[in-house]
Design a protein around this ligand. Structure first.
Ligand code: GAF
Length: 390
């Protein structure tokens, strides 16, 4: 798949020549729930992708087709607004962002689909937003840079999906580089690539199979709790603008004023930023054991302090921990379900997957889905020849 199938579907439905685009999902090695606190993240784009065929249609209507859901949605450009077709909202939100940036978006046709597992924490929604943003930027010659496109995707998520996400997922989809993880400073928006030794280690995802309905409401609640924590800290330290500015000592000193829940959220964020920095230093020193330890620390914080894990994710981490060749494991993404990410020595990957499948089956009488990830480049155009060859 599926770009050839998507291109063919576009031709069949609309009968003109589209621009073809691929937009990857992402993994995150470490740095969870830090992005909306002006903190540090360390994601990478992966070879689970959403493919797009997009072309201007000379009318004032947007015609959208989801290949995977076998569903369509049409709306006049002037009437773009959140719809009851939830999949379409990620695309409509991007159109609204172009309009907000002063672009008179003309009518266009779009077919999209892909192989990013939905609800598994690999950011299929960001890939959808970023793929269309990239395509429209090309077709309309609007010249927005990739960071601006990422921010437009993030705003689409806020306004049309009502998840007050940070910038990590859209950034990773657009800025990925093959064979590298990328550290983003979510305050300055500076970023740095670190080579990931894929000949020695693999990042294997294990899908808990849990899709928690509370994910978006709890996500927004965590964000609010962090804001509350900052408000308390500001009373004694007016210079603190976000948790990025706070030290552990300052958070400890504000414990009573914050109350236990907010205190724990803040403690987690401050410590997670430190772990990202430690992981980056360890990557530079090729000390993968230390990267793995930081991952375990991240999981413990997400489970105990930030409280966004779930029993299945916790068990997957504990199942992985004693296995040969496993350097680190943790839940990945927003939480309440989705995948764990496991750092595994390459020669042990097959045995790791077999052992995890067996343990999961015994525990849950269910087959475990695992994904071997390859780190790829960010959103790009595909040539029609690639499409017909794939
Ligand atoms: C989700 C959000 F979209 C990201 O911005 C990030 O906050 C992540 O959860 C948690 O690190 O993927």
């Amino acid at each position: 798949m599926p770009i050839a199938a998507i291109s063919a579907d576009f031709h069949r439905r609309f009968g003109h020549e589209p621009l073809l685009v691929r937009a990857p999902g992402r993994i995150n090695l470490i740095g969870e729930h830090t992005d909306y606190n002006d903190g540090l993240v360390l994601p990478a784009a992966i070879d689970k992708e959403i493919y797009f065929a997009v072309g201007l249609n000379g009318s004032d209507t947007v015609r959208l087709a989801s290949f995977d859901k076998a569903d369509t949605y049409e709306v006049a450009v002037a009437d773009v607004a959140p719809s009851d077709h939830l999949w379409a909202n990620y695309l409509l939100g991007v159109v609204a962002q172009f309009q907000k940036h002063g672009v008179a978006v003309p009518g266009f046709d779009c077919v999209f689909g892909g192989n990013v597992p939905m609800g598994a924490g690999m950011s299929s929604s960001a890939a959808i937003e970023c793929g269309l943003a990239f395509a429209l930027n090309e077709l309309l010659h609007t010249g927005f840079d990739r960071m601006t496109l990422a921010k437009m995707g993030q705003q689409a998520e806020h306004t049309y999906a009502h998840v007050m996400s940070g910038l990590m997922d859209q950034f990773a989809s657009l800025h990925g580089r093959a064979g590298h993880v990328v550290r983003l400073d979510c305050r300055s928006l500076d970023y740095e690539y670190f080579p990931f030794a894929a000949d020695q280690y693999h990042l294997v995802l294990c899908n808990s199979g849990v899709k928690h309905s509370l994910a978006s409401s709890e996500y927004n609640k965590r964000r609010q709790e962090c804001t509350q924590g900052v408000a308390v800290l500001q009373k004694t330290h007016p210079a603190i603008k976000s948790l990025r500015d706070a030290t552990l000592e300052q958070v400890e000193a504000a414990r009573d004023a914050m109350g236990d829940v907010v205190y724990r959220r803040c403690r987690y964020v401050v410590q997670e930023n430190q772990r990202v920095q430690e992981a980056c230093d360890a990557l530079k020193a090729n000390d993968m054991a230390a990267v793995g330890q930081a991952m375990y620390g991240s999981h413990a914080g997400l489970r105990d302090d930030y409280q966004v894990s779930c029993p299945e994710l916790d068990e997957l981490v504990e199942m992985a921990r004693p296995l040969p060749g496993v350097l680190g494991a943790r839940m990945m993404g927003g939480g309440f379900g989705g995948c764990t990410i496991n750092l595994v020595a390459v020669e042990q990957v097959d045995a790791f997957v077999a052992a995890m499948e067996k343990a999961f089956e015994q525990r849950y009488q269910q087959q475990l889905e695992t994904y071997h990830t390859t780190i790829v480049g960010g959103v790009s155009e595909l040539q029609a020849a690639t499409a017909s060859a794939s």
